[in-house]
Design a protein around this ligand. Structure first.
Ligand SMILES: O=C[C@H](O)[C@H](O)[C@H](O)COP(=O)(O)O
Length: 262
């Protein structure tokens, strides 16, 4: 949306139009950013276990605020943070937290992560940032898994808000076969995710794999769909996270934070 500022020149009363392309965009973005930050801070404040030793830190733009809040804790030297990918590792380092690996510490007290879409049973679509496999490994290793998101992620049925499709991590040379198999499963569109301006060719995940986005429309039975996709040869993991999260914090457009639990 392009806006304009009209400058009146006092002498001639003629006017000049200057484009202000981003004023509206900035105000919307700052609302979303505020919502993400509010959700992340509240999620950490409500859930961070006082004597926690091992913490999973997810990926994406909302988790940035989780790492920031955890980095403000006075006892931040007393626990170890386990990342879900490259960006997550940087967040841990940049916030002065102690970095560990999931191989060293496979039993986590809690993990925090973002989501692309959340339904009332706390089934999730994740992987919009191509990090789903390590995210699922970390979430599955945690006693408690908490989601942080903004209001755009709330949904009554998965596939309604996140319309670009279910992210699926696959072994690279299987993409033609998996694409055919996903068609058989009823996917409406199947896209091998591309790097866009940043890279000619497909996105490569932190695990050196490819990513497919498969749009199944509204997903009535996410667990069933996950199981069917997961059983295809070549599929490493799906972005459907079922029965893993215990709470989801949503920063609201009007301010405040909404909590969904199961
Ligand atoms: O691959 C990326 C992850 O699943 C993210 O947690 C997810 O895409 C949500 O990211 P954001 O907080 O930026 O919306």
């Amino acid at each position: 949306m392009v806006g304009y500022i009209r400058i009146l020149k006092s002498r001639s009363f003629s006017s000049i139009l200057f484009p202000i392309p981003s004023i509206r965009k900035y105000s919307i973005m700052s609302l979303v950013e505020k919502a993400k930050k509010a959700a992340a801070y509240k999620a950490v404040d409500d859930n961070f276990p006082p004597n926690a030793k091992y913490i999973g830190i997810g990926s994406g733009s909302t988790v940035v605020y989780v790492a920031e809040r955890i980095g403000q804790l006075p006892n931040k030297d007393s626990f170890i943070c386990i990342p879900t990918g490259f960006q997550s590792k940087q967040l841990i380092i940049d916030n002065g937290l102690t970095l560990g690996t999931i191989e060293q510490f496979p039993d986590l007290d809690i993990a925090f992560d973002g989501a692309d879409e959340v339904d009332p049973k706390l089934s999730l679509i994740k992987g919009g940032g191509a990090c789903l496999f390590q995210e699922k490994l970390v979430a599955a290793s945690a006693k408690k898994f908490i989601v942080v998101a903004d209001y755009r992620k709330e949904s009554n049925v998965l596939g309604k808000q996140w319309t670009q499709g279910v992210p699926i991590e696959i072994v690279p040379n299987s993409y033609v076969k998996v694409t055919k198999d996903l068609k058989q499963l009823g996917a409406k569109t199947i896209t091998l995710r591309q790097g866009g301006k940043a890279k000619a060719g497909p996105v490569i995940t932190d695990n050196n794999n490819f990513l497919i986005d498969a749009d199944f429309g509204e997903i009535e039975d996410p667990a069933d769909l996950h199981n069917k996709i997961k059983s295809l040869v070549g599929v490493v993991e799906t972005g459907l996270f079922i029965g893993m999260a215990s709470a989801s914090y949503f920063g609201e457009e009007a301010g405040g934070v909404k909590l969904w639990t199961v």
